[in-house]
Design a binder for this molecule. Sequence first.
Ligand code: BES
Ligand code: MN
Ligand code: ZN
Length: 487
Amino acid sequence: MTDITALSGSVEHWEGDALLVLAREEDCEKCDAPRPYGEYIRALAKRGDFDGKKGSLVRVPLFQDRVKNLYAAGLGKAKECAPAALRDALTTALRKIGRERNRSVLALIGAAGTETDVILGEAVGLCGYAFDKYKKKEKKEDGFVLERVFAEGIDAEKTSLGLTLADAQRFARDLANEPGNVVNPRTLADAAARLAEESRLTCEVWDEERLERERMGALLAVGQGSRTPPRLIHLTYVPEEAPTKSTKKVVLVGKGLTFDSGGLDLKPSDFMKTMKCDKSAACCVLGALKGVAALKPRTEVHGIIPAAENMPDGGAFRPDDIIRARNGKTIEIDNTDAEGRLVLADALSLASEMKPDVLIELSTLTGACAVALGSWTAGLFTRDDGLCQALLDAAKRRGERLWRLPMDDERIGETLKSKVADLVNGASRYGGAIFAAMFLNEFVEKGVSWAHIDIAGADFMKEESGVYAQGASAWGVRTCLDYILSL
Ligand code: BES
Ligand code: MN
Ligand code: ZN
């Protein structure tokens, strides 16, 4: 992890590779950064080379011994300068700084909001991320590690919180980016067990025989067409202090499809590409538990992952099959590609039995959610308004876009019914994300406060932007951790 240090001497005397000044549009021409840097920025502004606009970023080589390069990054208009804009500007600037081979940086953040120190930690932790372990050393052009970052008057506890949030998300990305020939249900369980060992969590894994005994019929059905049988992974964090009446229990559930070919209802090739990321939510849950183990909240936290590979094969489940989930409900298979809701049916039944105070389930569940919200925003479904607001607030603080969608649509609810079983796993394309959320609700025991977050789309970035690198985003790790810390 990069070291973030509070600047002890004066800015004028700091020696290092790069000095970064963040400025709002209004501040460029009267930039009050210490000498001589403020003057440089004012001169750039006067010449029209830097205007503080959102996304503007310039480098000035200084040709002196103390500091090699000066960078100026724009934050946009003062009134539009939300914490998310600061996080994006800071990460983008640090990314450029790192790629231009600077290793020590002094960041002058100036007048910004209250969350600045946590945001600095997140930006430093995420700016150099790249999934490049399979590339030759000379070709690893995107990723880097900054050695030392300095900033004025920072609170070390907060920057280190930011770094820990980033570290948890990087861990989740590393795993989510692994392809299906490397990560399958068995190796995902191995990764969870390794994490548990390193972080003092407990880990229990159920193999196919145990799943049979535990009546996890839906998870088994989805996995039966794969050479690698399904697994159920359960990680537990218990706080060190003895529990009191106010100690809460949170259960996180994450869809773990290590690859989703669609099954016998095979996906067309354009849609099958990137389906290695259908385990993103599971990786987020693992990342969140890694974060929890480091941050040691007073809340008991569980992670439940139903892991399977959805493949077509002589043994695969079929359209028309009728399967029985753990809670006894029968499901008619309309489409083998609507498999996420099946593995989650069993996982949510199991999670309900644990009587959590809060149950949060994440999944790359429906293309419909990505169609509705785009590829940068996750969908939030819950009947609990309090939980809804708390999650929206946490997401906002962490700059992960989240938007509530309804799950109380009675007419869509009617279409869950099957002619031959209790439920059917698919229906119309219209309202597909809502249908799926309402399907999941059938497997959560009444009275449990729960939320479903559909991260299809948001889990994978085509291009890098802000804190996101190209590839798996691990959307949700920082939001879940922020939410848990807020309890
Ligand atoms: N894993 C997919 C959803 C998905 C799509 C995630 C795009 C990320 C990006 C899911 O298992 C799926 O295939 N859903 C179907 C459901 C349909 C068959 C009812 C879909 O959304 O098309
Ligand atoms: Mn599918
Ligand atoms: Zn899927």
